[in-house]
Design a protein around this ligand. Structure first.
Ligand SMILES: [Zn+2]
Ligand SMILES: [Zn+2]
Length: 43
């Protein structure tokens, strides 16, 4: 199973609150939120 990095906001279904950034625990660095809500302009 592939896990996409998502911000806590997107994980909680608060997609409108997410600013497109998420913390990557693996690299300890700021990363882009990989939730599909940021890729679909019609959403
Ligand atoms: Zn989202
Ligand atoms: Zn997001």
């Amino acid at each position: 199973m592939t896990s996409v990095l998502r911000s806590p906001d997107c994980r909680d279904d608060n997609h409108r609150k997410c600013d497109g950034q998420a913390w990557d625990d693996d690299t300890d660095a700021l990363a882009s939120c990989g939730c599909t809500c940021h890729f679909d302009p019609t959403h």
